[in-house]
Design a protein. Structure first.
Length: 143
């Protein structure tokens, strides 16, 4: 019984921490954007660099708790994730938790793709209000 109560208390504390993490505020006017590539760009396979921009805030690695900071997440061929949950980490949701502002994507085979950025807080939750870029479409061409 005591062990069950301890597990419930621990789960409750984790739930409260998650609830607090999802409420990280973003400052008014914060904007995230894709510097490169541009919408409609055709890029040869293996040559795709994504350059990420942010104004009104700073970039900090995941886990770093500084005011008005976050880190980039690149969404590939997907819509915005639920805004009250951590951003998934999979082939469609790339995390740049090291504070990166550019990345080379070498694993995208030729084809058409949509790209969009969303800023995550120290715990990978979208900020409130969310800070995200416009969605763009690019084409990766064969070598």
């Amino acid at each position: 019984m005591l062990r069950t109560l301890a597990l419930i208390a621990c789960a409750s504390a984790l739930g409260m921490a998650a609830a607090q993490a999802q409420n990280t505020p973003s400052p008014p006017g914060a904007k995230e954007y894709i510097i490169w590539p541009h919408d409609g760009e055709v890029i040869k396979a293996g040559k795709l660099w994504v350059r990420m921009g942010l104004s009104g805030m700073g970039v900090a690695p995941a886990g770093v708790d500084l005011p008005k900071t976050g880190h980039h997440h690149l969404l590939i061929n997907t819509d915005l994730p639920p805004l009250d949950e951590p951003i998934p980490n999979d082939k469609n949701h790339l995390h740049f938790g090291g504070g990166q502002t550019e990345a080379r994507l070498i694993d995208l085979p030729p084809g058409k793709y949509t790209l969009q950025l969303i800023l995550g807080d120290k715990d990978h939750f979208p900020l409130k209000p969310p800070v995200y870029s416009d969605k763009i479409t690019i084409t990766v061409a064969p070598y």
